[in-house]
Design a protein. Sequence first.
Length: 258
Amino acid sequence: MILVVDIGNTNILIGVYKGNELVGNWRMITKNEKTSDEYGISILNLLSYNDINYKNINSAIVSSVVPNVMHSFENTLKRFFNIEPIVVGPGVKTGITIMSENPREVGADRIVGLVAARELYSKGDTIIVIDFGTATTYDVINEKGEYRYGVTSPGIQISADALWQRTAQLPKIEIKKPDSILAKNTVTSMQAGLVYGYIGQVEYIIKKIKEEMNNENIKVVATGGFGRLISDETSEIDVFDSLLLFKGLKIIHDKNFK
């Protein structure tokens, strides 16, 4: 069995593959202050609850955009599972060539998403991958497997948090699309501005990328926490895959595992 882990700014995504089947997946809050013991016990409890024997896990791969967590997490895998994990980064085979001005600035999670999208959805064509995470990222990979361009915007949760934190009389709200943009109270007016506004932002960025690349046929694949909410409301997103990062980690693992 293979343990696949993506450490993001808000959540840690953990999955287990048995062969090519994802047999379990969970989400933990990212906390810099956790020790390797705390991570280890949490993972063991998740595995036990889902009737997965931790002794059957013989390999692991990790992508991370939170350096402060990596020391504890790598120690967790070494101490509790006796595994030296593959860490997505320089020197790891991905099949992606980074053509940006500073390749080391490209987050590992972005590479993982591109790997999965290219393998599963692009068929050798140019593709845009959108990840609706803490930040919303738009990444472009061409038919040669070259990472060419990236766009980063505040995530919808960041926008919502800023709205109620920076205003005296606006409440904290649930992020959901109201039935109409014609809001009649404060809560639905905030929801309308956030969700409809974010849909508009996403559509404009996608259209602008296609315009500047002079290619209207670029396929768009989305993933991430609020990806379903947005992708259901626009025809500009072709595919939503909530498991895209797990799939990408598995693909990269198989390219590198010896």
